[in-house]
Design a protein around this ligand. Structure first.
Ligand SMILES: NC(=O)c1ccc[n+]([C@@H]2O[C@H](COP(=O)([O-])OP(=O)(O)OC[C@H]3O[C@@H](n4cnc5c(N)ncnc54)[C@H](O)[C@@H]3O)[C@@H](O)[C@H]2O)c1
Ligand SMILES: [Zn+2]
Ligand SMILES: [Zn+2]
Length: 393
């Protein structure tokens, strides 16, 4: 089959690889019909490359049609239309019972001390072949799937793999009080969708980014946008001005470790990127390689007693945080990979009858899988208005 493979820093290629086959009786094979590129893939494309091996198949936002199921898979059959969550979870361990599916104890990657295994997401998360390919092997397939109805196009449902539940969890964890204000940092797919969900649920939404078309897209849906290029030094003040001098009740960080405006960690990311993996890996697990500009903004812009919800991915082991300010302001901090299936029931009604969140027009680019190298470059450099790229194998 054809698959998008990681080959090196900023080097992905579409290659011919062996078709996946059922290995365990709990596996299924899915023929992928739509598969997206995510902001999380950009971390592998560059700063977290030390944890990838040449040939690894990328991708964790796939949907398609079940081709074949193993003998122990219940409730799923060839021909079913499914979206595959980005994490692999069993559905019946202690963590899954608590609906913390991204912490599943059956698939936790104990060797690296990390949570549930993820598709296409480096050694740190199990080195499982990903979904930017013609076919995907789905482990623990009896639970690791979301059945979707026939009828609407793939784009109505494909974001259930990641963007929708991640943005939904970001809003839940932000604990926005009734009639309150949320500030969303970053207007990539996650931040944009978090704005839509928070607005739908009645919050007043402020948001910041530095990419003009991303700001425009949010503004067009009623979000009050603050252009980071104008507010690089005073975003917190600008937010306080809009919130009776207090700051936002809640802040969602949808930026993560590659934030603009963090020169020293950017240098660290560049330097570790130049080192051989054997040297870079232990170093990256000990020093600060995160660019923390967005998180610092969140800490400044949230009101006293407010909540910060991090969905942007961080990976540093020694990130300096202003504990005095955080303690004094009584900040509540919640974070983590989205527990995908936990939120599906709440989201589905917004997809089936009508397109409440505007998912049908969410993608800016629809490309054949063969165009993946160009698509990654375009998404990373934010060229050609690229906000969300979906690919068809
Ligand atoms: N928690 C989860 O389960 C989960 C799931 C998916 C994605 N993510 C993470 O969410 C983050 C966003 O993902 P995405 O797909 O939207 O990616 P993206 O890279 O398209 O979006 C990030 C946006 O942040 C903006 N930005 C950069 N620095 C900023 C700053 N200092 N202030 C405000 N905005 C800034 C960028 O211009 C960009 O538009 C990534 O870190 C990704 O890894 C987490
Ligand atoms: Zn994703
Ligand atoms: Zn489990």
């Amino acid at each position: 089959m054809r698959a998008v493979t990681w080959q090196g820093k900023r080097d992905v290629r579409v290659e011919q690889v062996p078709d996946p086959a059922i290995k365990e009786p709990t596996d299924a094979i899915v023929r992928v019909t739509t598969t997206n590129i995510c902001g999380s893939d950009l971390h592998l494309y560059e700063p977290l490359g030390a944890f990838m091996a040449p040939g690894d198949i990328l991708g964790h936002e796939a949907m398609g049609v079940v081709e074949e199921v193993g003998s122990d898979v219940r409730g799923l059959a060839a021909g079913d239309r499914v979206v595959i969550p980005f994490q692999i979870s069993c559905g019946d361990c202690y963590m899954c019972a608590a609906k913390l599916y991204s912490q599943c104890e059956t698939t936790q990657v104990k060797e690296h001390g990390t949570g549930a295994a993820l598709f296409g997401y480096s050694k740190l998360y199990g080195e499982v072949p990903g979904g930017q390919a013609e076919f995907l092997r789905v482990p623990l397939a009896g639970f690791t799937h979301i059945k979707v109805p026939d009828g609407p196009s793939d784009e109505r449902f494909v974001y259930l793999s990641d963007v929708l539940p991640t943005a939904w969890q970001a809003v839940e964890y932000a604990a926005i009080p009734d009639g309150g204000t949320v500030l969303v940092l970053g207007l990539g797919p996650i931040g944009d969708m978090a704005c839509r969900i928070a607005g739908h649920r009645g919050a007043r939404v402020l948001a910041s980014d530095l990419v003009p078309e991303r700001l425009q897209r949010a503004a067009a849906r009623g979000v009050t946008v603050l252009d980071l290029r104008e507010h690089e030094k005073d975003l917190g003040d600008a937010v306080r001005e809009l919130t009776d001098g207090r700051g936002a009740d809640s802040v969602i960080d949808a930026v993560g470790l590659e934030a603009h405006g963090s020169p020293i960690p950017k240098l660290m990311q560049t330097l570790t990127g130049l080192l051989p993996d054997a040297v870079a890996q232990p170093l990256m697990q000990r020093v600060s390689v995160d660019r923390l500009a967005a998180l610092y903004t969140a800490i400044d812009a949230v009101r006293r007693g407010g909540t910060i919800s991090l969905s942007g991915v961080y990976g540093g082991a020694a990130d300096p945080l202003p504990m005095q300010v955080m303690f004094d302001k009584q900040i509540q901090l919640r974070m983590g990979q989205a527990n995908v299936k936990r939120w599906v029931e709440a989201i589905m009604p917004l997809l089936v009858d009508d397109d409440v969140l505007g998912v049908d027009h969410f993608a800016t680019h629809r490309l054949p899988l063969e165009d993946a190298p160009r698509a990654y470059e375009m998404f990373q450099k934010k060229q050609d208005g690229a906000i969300k790229i979906v690919m068809h194998p």
